[in-house]
Write a protein that binds this ligand. Sequence first.
Ligand code: DER
Length: 219
Amino acid sequence: STQDNFKRQAARKALEYVPHDEYIGVGSGSTVAIFIEELASIKDRVRGVVAASIESRDLLEQHGIKVVALADVGKLPVYFDGADEVNHSLQMIKGGGAALLGEKIVAHASRQFICMAGESKYVSKLGAFPLPVEVVPFARSWVASQLVKLGGRPVLREGVITRGGHEILDVHDLEIYEPMKLEDEINRIPGVMENGVFARHPADVLILGHSDRAEVITV
Ligand code: DER
């Protein structure tokens, strides 16, 4: 599909940012899945990969790429991941794939964040995509009431329990004028494990896939 083509253009360009003989981190989603396929062609160059999600770990192993644990590698030089939205400051909304807790951990454990996305993800203001918030199940209703006070309309993502045993509330109708402030405000609500605003730790490089090329954007 056209979207897949955008993703592949971005994933191919991202290979240029893979350092020689280093550990790297990868996130989750369909763009990362394409990146992992492309990575297989240069897997001898990679010392090992820290996967932020179980799906990515399994995909890496299927491609014969060495998977290592974050605990065994400390700080990573670079982290590759997709996004649901990315603004012109390279702040992101993530969590469409319910792996946002692992993704934010590995992103913060990495020196550089390379975001790969199709052109439709590049927006001037975040918030059209409902914001995923990972919550402790028994606190779900109370957290939802606090998110309503922030102007959101939280909707439980039915049938999803995350790797950490939590639920996801997708928060619609948020007007996100100050992403960093919102990221901190939501994470201060007791019962919230993590949320999908990646503003404290924006991407360093955005590789935007178009139909026939990839565009490299930095701030
Ligand atoms: O869940 C996530 O954070 C993914 O990275 C998501 O934001 C991007 O998924 P996609 O590459 O399938 O659009």
